[in-house]
Design a protein around this ligand. Sequence first.
Ligand SMILES: CC(C)(COP(=O)(O)OP(=O)(O)OC[C@H]1O[C@@H](n2cnc3c(N)ncnc32)[C@H](O)[C@@H]1OP(=O)(O)O)[C@@H](O)C(=O)NCCC(=O)NCCS
Length: 344
Amino acid sequence: MPLETAASTVVAVPTTNDIEIRAIDLGDEADLRAWWEVGHAATAERPGKPWPLWEQSRRALPAPNPERGIVLLGAVDGGQMVGSGMLTRPLRDNLHTAMTFAFVAPGRTRQGIGSAVMAGLEALAAAEGRTTLQSEAYVPSGGTAAVEGFAESLGYTVASRESIKELSMDDYARRRSDLPSGADGYRIVTFDTVCPDEHVESFGRLLGMLMDEIPLGELDLESSEWTPERVRAAEQRQVDTGRHVHTAVAIAPDGEVAGISDVRVDDTDHEHAQVGITLVHPTHRGHRLGLALKVATHDLVGATYPSLRTVDTSNALVNTHMNAVNDALGYRSIETMLELQKVL
Ligand SMILES: CC(C)(COP(=O)(O)OP(=O)(O)OC[C@H]1O[C@@H](n2cnc3c(N)ncnc32)[C@H](O)[C@@H]1OP(=O)(O)O)[C@@H](O)C(=O)NCCC(=O)NCCS
């Protein structure tokens, strides 16, 4: 089965009515916009900032990325897009995995459209030899959502549960005087996206440990090597798409990067930011580096973007230490994310 994203590529999928499932042409802005609108409408009821701004998607989705391949599908009924899907797959590591996402226009749910989109995504993933499919479902804290029944009907199981949290920068400002600056014995270095030359090798070494160190529940993911070249290429892609990865690293007395944390801000939106990764090397834990790094990045984005209102993050419910750090900063839980997995 072809995996090109040309608009002419049609995935043959049985549907309950005459709905065509076809690939979106990433180079066709009108097609991409119609796809974006479905996801925007399908996520409109969720709290926080559940869907990227059009300007962000318009720039980021078509941008070439040797780390990750994307195919977008649309479910089209009489010329109107009523469902959409996204398949992403890592191209450098975890080649057995792919991620699937489906969205259905409000008013068109329970008509088999979501299942048809997922069948198209799964067929594409299987044709490429991907055997472990992963997805994400967002449900209100302590509540339920359509997606749970949907995921179950398609054979996905919950591999891990994460809490989605939001911080109001006003709350952070109120708490800031009670939070420490820095950590004894370590130097905190901050930068916008591009790691200083003297730290890049060590930075990559720590980054390579990420998948082994974060709680993944049952998720079948492996770590991989981050050479300075790979780090530099990833940084350049962020620069090219207008994303600022405001990063803090903790430098140990021996010069090694002992911890990393970042907050990401897009050029198109200076009101909302997202935490990317936070990781402290196992031999440097217990020195409150997680807190010190997060305070450093939040101070930095607060000072850089006076219009910044909220920062989002997510972390596993079982990740007690990270949850304690986020609570101290003033983060509040707004949703639960179910990490879903299905082995083909
Ligand atoms: C989740 C979503 C994609 C489902 O799309 P859909 O087109 O309504 O799904 P389908 O009609 O193919 O449903 C297939 C099966 O899923 C289950 N299901 C779907 N919605 C359900 C609901 N609200 N409650 C219980 N079960 C449900 C049922 O078993 C259903 O089969 P049935 O209608 O014969 O009983 C849609 O509700 C949506 O866009 N939600 C918001 C975005 C989202 O959460 N996306 C998921 C990210 S992967």
